[in-house]
Design a protein around this ligand. Structure first.
Ligand code: APR
Length: 255
C-alpha cells in the first residue's frame, strides 16, 4: 500500500458513489469469510494444503478417487457448520436492505454465510457445500451440513452423489451465471470483496461492470491487499472486510 494511502478518503468516495446508486452488485470471494474462520484458497494457510487441486477439485480427481474427494468435502462441510457470519457479511446484508430489488450479490464462496447473515438475492456461481447432485438422475438437493460418508448414494435412485460444487474445468451453472452477468452489466456500483480475482469467468464480472454502462460502474475493491482487480478499481478499501465494510455503512448512515 502506498505510504500516503488514506482509508478515510477512500471510504468517503465509496459512500458518495453508493449514495447515488440505485443498482448495486457485489462479487465476493473467500476473503469475506476469512474472519469467520473459513480458510482462503491462495494464502499460505490455504484450504488446498495437503491436497493437490487436481485431486479434490476437478472432475478427473473425483473419477479417480471419489472417497478422497468426499472426505475432503465432508471436512469442509463440518468446518462451515461451526462458523458464523462476521461483521463483513452482516454489513452486506444491511446493504441489501437499503437497495432491495436493486441489489445482487454474486459469490464464489460455497459456505452459505451470506444467506445466514440475511442476504436474499445471492447467486452462488461456484455452487454450495450444502447441495449434492446425483450423477444418475441429476437431482440437485440441499443436504444441510451433516457429514454424508465416503460414497453417498442418491436417496431417490441409488446413483452416486457428488458435491454440487463447480470444480476446475467445469462450466458455471448457466442460469446463475447469466443473472450475475446481467447484474454486473446493469449496476451503478460493483463492490468486489475478498477475492484475488484470478479465477474466471467470475473475475470477468469486473470488466463487465466497467464496460456496459456508458460511463461504467464505479468499482470498489475491499481486500486486505491490492490484487489483480485493483487496476480496474476506482476506489480501494484496504483492510479486513469485517472492519472496512461496517465503516462504509457507518459513513452511509446505515446502522
Ligand atoms: N478481508 C478482505 N480480504 C481478505 C481477507 C479479509 N479479512 N482475508 C483475505 N482476503 C483476501 C486475500 O487478500 C485474497 O485476495 O481474499 C482473497 C482470497 O483469494 P483466494 O484465496 O484466491 O479466494 P477466491 O478469490 O475466492 O478464489 C476464487 O478459486 O479456488 C477457487 O473455486 C475456488 O471460489 C474459489 C475461486
Amino acid at each position: 500500500m502506498p505510504n500516503d494511502y488514506d482509508l478515510d478518503a477512500e471510504l468517503a468516495r465509496a459512500a458518495e458513489s453508493l449514495k447515488w446508486a440505485t443498482k448495486v452488485a457485489v462479487l465476493t470471494g473467500a476473503g469475506v469469510s476469512a474472519e469467520s474462520g473459513v480458510p482462503t484458497f491462495r494464502a499460505s494457510d490455504g484450504l488446498w494444503e495437503g491436497h493437490r487441486i487436481e485431486d479434490v477439485a476437478t472432475p478427473m480427481g473425483f473419477d479417480r478417487d471419489p472417497a478422497l474427494v468426499w472426505r475432503f468435502y465432508n471436512g469442509r462441510r463440518e468446518n462451515v457448520a461451526k462458523v458464523r457470519p462476521n461483521p463483513g457479511h452482516v454489513a452486506l446484508a444491511k446493504l441489501e436492505e437499503r437497495y432491495a430489488d436493486g441489489f445482487t450479490l454474486a459469490t464464489q464462496n460455497v459456505d452459505g454465510l451470506h444467506q445466514t447473515a440475511g442476504n436474499k438475492n445471492v447467486l452462488e456461481v461456484h455452487g454450495s457445500l450444502r447441495r449434492t447432485r446425483c450423477l444418475n438422475c441429476e437431482v440437485v438437493e440441499d443436504r444441510g451440513l451433516e457429514p454424508l460418508g465416503d460414497r453417498p448414494l442418491c436417496p431417490h435412485c441409488g446413483g452416486f452423489l457428488r458435491p454440487a460444487i463447480v470444480w476446475f474445468h467445469e462450466a458455471l451453472p448457466e442460469d446463475v451465471w447469466m443473472s450475475a452477468m446481467e447484474a454486473a452489466g446493469e449496476c451503478d456500483v460493483l463492490l468486489v470483496v475478498g477475492t484475488s480475482a484470478v479465477v474466471y469467468p467470475a473475475a470477468s464480472l469486473i470488466p463487465i461492470a466497467k464496460r456496459t454502462k456508458s460511463l461504467g460502474a464505479t468499482v470498489i475493491e475491499c481486500n486486505l491487499t491490492r490484487t489483480s482487480a485493483s487496476e480496474q478499481a476506482d476506489v480501494g478499501l484496504y483492510g479486513p472486510s469485517g472492519v472496512t465494510l461496517p465503516k462504509l455503512l457507518e459513513r452511509m448512515g446505515i446502522n
